[in-house]
Design a protein around this ligand. Structure first.
Ligand code: URA
Length: 485
């Protein structure tokens, strides 16, 4: 029997090197005893693997890419049998190349389940890490610390997400399963357990305000909430101490909401009403469904843009989508096709959605302005940014799309959409990634417009910005799931 000792803290190369040597020496899974644990120093002291020389005539060891990515996730699990399971799969793959496709196979199913647990834990880490500022700066960079308690060894796997997202600050994420730190240049991991210094800071209050403003007692679903935000994370979430009280008061608050007299509409509605009244010839009967509204919008003449455009490009997607995304205005191809985001910006948008795991057909997708604005140049039509007045005229349609679809979360793609939805005119760099609460507790999440990526000349920068956009979309997916629950 061959004993293999591993530290077992999510480092894939540790298992891969041992497995490669064992397989090359022809040692079957039944002859290997995988042991986990100990400190790094002890492992160095342990006897090295004493293996027979590999057979030079043996074919090289190869595995399908699907196995590699699965194994990289599985080694991060805390399940003691994971190394044995992976070695058995590796062994069986040498005689059955289709093994990974057999989802009903016991080993494959078990490995996939462990990998899913790891992915879920990693996702939780991206959602529940809360940075606290540490006094003092290093060379002008602010410093932050976060304590987090993952179930699996996901720190090294998840740290690149934080490096991309918080590239401009120094940070440390300490966990009982290792520590990651970033200083603007290097991302460093330490596999030893970290310690929780347990201090609060003023950002804790911001989290509390944000959480209490998006909490809707009428939509409380306790089981779904506990599944999405398990109690084990609460200790390190500043907003968590509000939860028991909000749950306890939910029923009474729903009753109070129902009994409260209807409040005055916001000023925004009066402005829309006045604008509509000023143009009686173009105000048809109020459409009561999104389909009727679309039909109404086909005949829109609220501003001169309709004169040169081919057609109105109205929103599309499920009429009761929880997630709505709003772009700026249709481009050349959208104008011809009559559908939003089907041109070059639409291709970038589709790729980012795919990388973030969001299905386009689950969201309601529309634009702040519904007609293409352009100047002709030769045979080409060159896109022009909509003017403030055009955005304001078109707000009529957007506000009614929001009213009818009733999304819980609206993503503003770019500054025009932010302005159309909230009236906010600050630069997008200050607003990006900071959710705001709109009328009716709808959350508005500002991010970049996909065409921003098309304008970047440098390939490396484009890749970096693509990854950041995907991070935003993953955050949006998580927020949408939380709000839906
Ligand atoms: N840009 C937008 O903002 N919307 C589209 O539909 C296409 C490009």
């Amino acid at each position: 029997m061959q004993t293999v000792r591993l530290l077992g803290r999510g480092d894939f190369s540790e298992w891969r090197d041992a497995a490669r040597a064992l397989a090359a020496a022809g040692i079957s899974p039944r002859e290997v005893d995988w042991r986990i644990g100990g400190l790094e120093e002890e492992l160095f002291e342990a006897a090295p693997l004493d293996l027979p020389k590999p057979d030079p005539a043996a074919p090289p060891l190869t595995v399908p890419p699907a196995f590699l990515s699965l194994a990289e996730a599985v080694v991060c699990h805390t399940e003691p049998g994971r190394f044995h399971l992976l070695y058995r799969l590796l062994w069986r793959l040498q005689s059955d190349r289709r093994l990974m496709k057999l989802t009903a196979d016991k080993d494959v199913a078990w490995a996939r389940l462990l990998a899913r647990n790891v992915q879920r834990d990693s996702h939780k880490m991206t959602a529940f890490v809360r940075f606290k500022e540490i006094a003092g700066e290093t060379e002008g960079r602010r410093r932050f610390f976060a304590w987090f308690e993952p179930s699996q060894f996901v720190v090294a796997r998840t740290a690149p997400f934080f490096r991309r997202r918080f590239a401009d600050m120094d940070w440390i994420i300490a966990t009982p399963k290792g520590t990651a730190s970033w200083d603007g240049e290097s991302l460093i991991f330490d596999t030893r357990p970290g310690a929780d210094p347990g201090h609060g800071d003023p950002t804790d209050d911001l989290w509390r305000i944000y959480y209490s403003s998006i909490f809707n007692p009428a939509r409380l679903k306790l089981k779904a909430m506990q599944a999405e935000m398990p109690k084990k994370y609460w200790r390190n979430l500043p907003e968590a101490d509000l939860i028991p009280e909000m749950i306890a008061n939910a029923e009474a608050n729903v009753r109070a909401m129902a009994e409260r007299a209807a409040s005055d509409p916001p000023l925004f509605h009066y402005r829309l009403q006045q604008a509509a009244e000023a143009m009686p010839q173009i105000v048809p009967a109020m459409a009561g469904s999104i389909e009727a509204l679309r039909e109404e919008a086909r005949h829109c003449t609220r501003c001169p843009l309709h004169c040169a455009a081919t057609q109105t490009v109205f929103g599309e997607g499920p009429r009761d989508a929880h997630l709505m995304m709003v772009g700026e205005q249709p481009g050349d191809q959208e104008d011809l096709a009559g559908r939003p985001f089907v041109g070059p910006a639409g291709k970038v948008f589709d790729a980012v959605l795919k990388d973030a795991g969001i299905a386009r057909d689950t969201l309601y997708l529309t634009n702040a302005v519904k007609h293409f604005k352009y100047v002709p140049r030769g045979k080409r039509r060159i896109h022009q940014k909509p003017a403030q007045g055009e955005i304001e005229h078109c707000r009529w349609w957007l506000a009614r799309e929001v009213e009818l679809v009733r999304p819980r979360l609206i993503v503003a793609l770019g500054a025009t959409a932010v302005y159309a939805l909230s009236g906010e005119r600050k630069p997008l760099s200050q607003l990006r990634g900071k959710p705001m609460t709109m009328e009716g507790n709808v959350v508005l999440y500002p991010t970049i417009h996909p065409s921003f990526l098309l304008r970047l000349p440098d390939e490396a920068e484009r890749k970096r910005q693509h990854a950041l956009f995907v991070d935003d979309m993953q955050m949006i997916r998580h927020l949408a799931e939380t709000l839906e629950a």
